[in-house]
Design a protein around this ligand. Structure first.
Ligand code: ADP
Length: 590
């Protein structure tokens, strides 16, 4: 547009200049000569008038003569100017003739009216005619120049209009074409940016120009290249990490199944496939719930996987799976993978681990069997020893002095203690072997309470401790080994009575809660220090205060825990030093 405006300005200036030159020529070449011709004609008239008056009014001769001289000076001056401004063809001739005729006119000074009217008048006429001739030739020249100027002006107008028209046309075309010119690259760029936003990093923009849009396109391409590189390196890193994790999972000796947040299998290791007797391809990408419908083992594995409380870290129940030609024991462990640690709502997947615990279980069983055997084997000689001691104490065998009798009593006490330890060890190993040795049946909590409370009444009376039983009339039946649970209750009640001073109270209450029955043994005794609470169910644990004063061995609560857990139940304790302790255990209703 700037170029067009400059072009139009140059053209206009050129035409205006041409017009100016034309009119200048008219002024310079013709108008001045016309003026000179006019001035000369009128000066001639004045001179002629003065001559005439000199003759008719000689009294004022000087006055008229002065006028004649003045006008002849005017004539001279204009003739001189006209002579120096000869522009038209034939003008020179006229000017020369003017000179001659003027000289001729001046040569005759009239003396009387007669000469004036004859000679002078003739000279006057021819001089005037020359003046008019000069006027006419310049007038004609002026007309010609005028019409040429008109032509120039018409030409200027025409060319200007044509030029302006062309410029206007180009401007209009540009005006329509310009938006597309500007917008097309922007539209292209926008589309490419959208593609990049959709992770198509291979997109590039063609750079057509070096303007701002060109620069933008170049920058965009650089950005796309960088993003592409970044994505590639990211993907490479991710693939490497994925392969590492896969390799780790696949090389594990435990069965591992990885599920995504929608419970679809994303990774399964060969051990898991072998354990479940299913091909990897039959699991990968499939939804666990769908597979569970026709595979009981998978159904057990994914059971409770997404419960709001989250999967338990270790599910206590063993899974028995036929593996490597024999039945083996596995522990199921479900690990929830959370995006934000500790926030179950951000679970992005689950790992099911099947730990082969057969060896540990066998070891545990071997230990329990060993303890059972040893305890069992020890029981007979211990009973025999006990018998022999009793015989020794019998007066009929022979009298004993006081010292011997004291030693024998101490020995008997130790033997009694040993028998108790061996008995409890036997009970513990039996409980550890678990549910297999239990005689589970549907029993009423009342019968268990009856069996436990009766032997405890005497002990409570002797210790002057009040034993209170709270037993609701209608309690649901539970699935349990009657004698074992009674043993647990006896153990808890006996501890409670033992650790409650005279005048205290021991409460046994039973209540039904959800699908469970709660047994509660509370006392108002010495209580347990907080630091001991966590260890109270460990084998051979006794608080130091107690160990010194009583004959227990610290196995009662450990056995109780084993028995309750073998029933699929739970045992807990709460206590406050000086105020008493409360033991609770829960058993499932049938
Ligand atoms: P023990 O054969 O010694 O009674 P237990 O396993 O029954 O073994 O008890 C372990 C220890 O727990 C006891 O020695 C005692 O210190 C503590 N204990 C158990 N019951 C109570 C209770 N009701 N009050 C206070 N301490 C208790």
């Amino acid at each position: 547009m700037t170029l067009f405006i400059a072009l139009l300005s140059i053209a206009s200036t050129y035409f205006i200049q041409r017009l100016g030159t034309a009119s200048e020529h008219i002024m310079k070449d013709n108008f001045k000569s016309i003026y000179n011709a006019n001035m000369m004609a009128s000066a001639l008239d004045e001179m002629d008038n003065a001559l005439y008056k000199q003759i008719v009014d000689p009294k004022h001769y000087d006055l008229y003569h002065t006028s004649f001289i003045r006008n002849s000076a005017v004539f001279d001056e204009n003739l001189k100017q006209a002579s120096s401004n000869v522009t038209e063809p034939g003008e020179e001739l006229i000017v020369n003739r003017l000179h001659q005729r003027y000289e001729h006119y001046l040569a005759f000074v009239p003396i009387d009216v007669q000469t004036y009217l004859t000679v002078n008048a003739q000279a006057y006429d021819s001089l005037k005619a020359s003046c008019l001739e000069l006027f006419a030739i310049n007038k004609k020249g002026m007309d010609i120049r005028n019409s040429r100027a008109k032509e120039v002006s018409n030409e200027a107008a025409l060319y200007t209009i044509i030029l302006a028209g062309v410029i206007l046309l180009i401007a209009v075309l540009t005006l329509f074409g310009l938006p597309a010119l500007v917008i097309n690259p922007i539209t292209e760029l926008t589309n490419k940016i959208k593609a990049i936003a959709n992770r198509k990093y291979s997109e590039r923009v063609e750079v057509h120009s070096k303007d701002e849009i060109g620069e933008l396109a170049t920058s965009f391409n650089q950005m796309a290249i960088k993003l592409d590189e970044y994505e590639r390196s990211n993907i490479d890193a991710l693939i490497a990490e994925k392969k590492q994790s896969e390799a780790i999972v696949k090389s594990m000796n435990d069965g591992v199944l990885v599920l995504d947040r929608n419970y679809s299998f994303v990774l399964v290791n060969p051990i898991a496939c072998e354990l479940l007797g299913i091909q990897e391809n039959d699991l990968l990408g499939k939804n666990a719930n769908d597979v569970a419908q026709h595979n009981n083992l998978i159904a057990t594995l994914v059971e409770n996987i997404a419960t709001p409380t989250g999967p338990k870290p270790i599910d206590g129940a063993y899974l028995r799976i036929y593996f490597n030609g024999k039945e083996e024991y596995f522990l199921k462990d479900i690990i929830r993978i959370e995006r934000t640690e500790g926030d179950p709502s951000t679970a992005i997947g689950y790992v099911i681990e099947l730990k082969n615990v057969s060896e540990f279980k066998a070891l545990d069983e071997a230990k329990s069997t060993f303890v059972t055997t040893v305890s069992h084997e020890l029981r007979t000689p211990l009973s025999a020893l006990n018998m022999s001691l009793r015989l020794l104490q019998d007066e009929r065998i022979g009298p004993m002095n006081e010292e011997q009798s004291r030693i024998l009593s101490a020995m008997k006490e130790e033997i009694r203690r040993l028998i108790r330890i061996v008995g409890e060890l036997l009970e513990l190993s039996r409980a550890e072997i678990g549910a297999e040795l239990m005689h589970i049946s549907e029993v009423s909590p009342d019968s268990i309470v009856d069996a436990a409370v009766t032997p405890m009444m005497l002990q409570a009376d002797q210790k002057q401790v009040l034993l209170e039983i709270e037993l609701p009339s209608e309690l649901p039946l539970i699935k349990a080994d009657n004698s074992k649970i009674a043993w647990v209750l006896i153990n808890l009640l006996s501890n409670a009575i033992r650790f409650t001073p005279a005048g205290g109270k021991v409460t046994l209450s039973v209540s039904a809660k959800d699908n469970q029955v709660e047994f509660l043994v509370a006392d108002t005794g010495i209580g347990i220090e907080p630091q001991h609470l966590a260890k109270i169910f460990d084998k051979f644990f006794q608080t130091s205060k107690v160990a010194a004063t009583h004959s227990g061995v610290g196995l009662g609560l450990a056995i109780s825990k084993e028995i309750i857990e073998a029933h699929g139940g739970k045992i807990t304790v709460t206590s406050e030093v000086g105020k008493g302790s409360t033991f609770r255990f829960y058993l499932k209703t049938s």
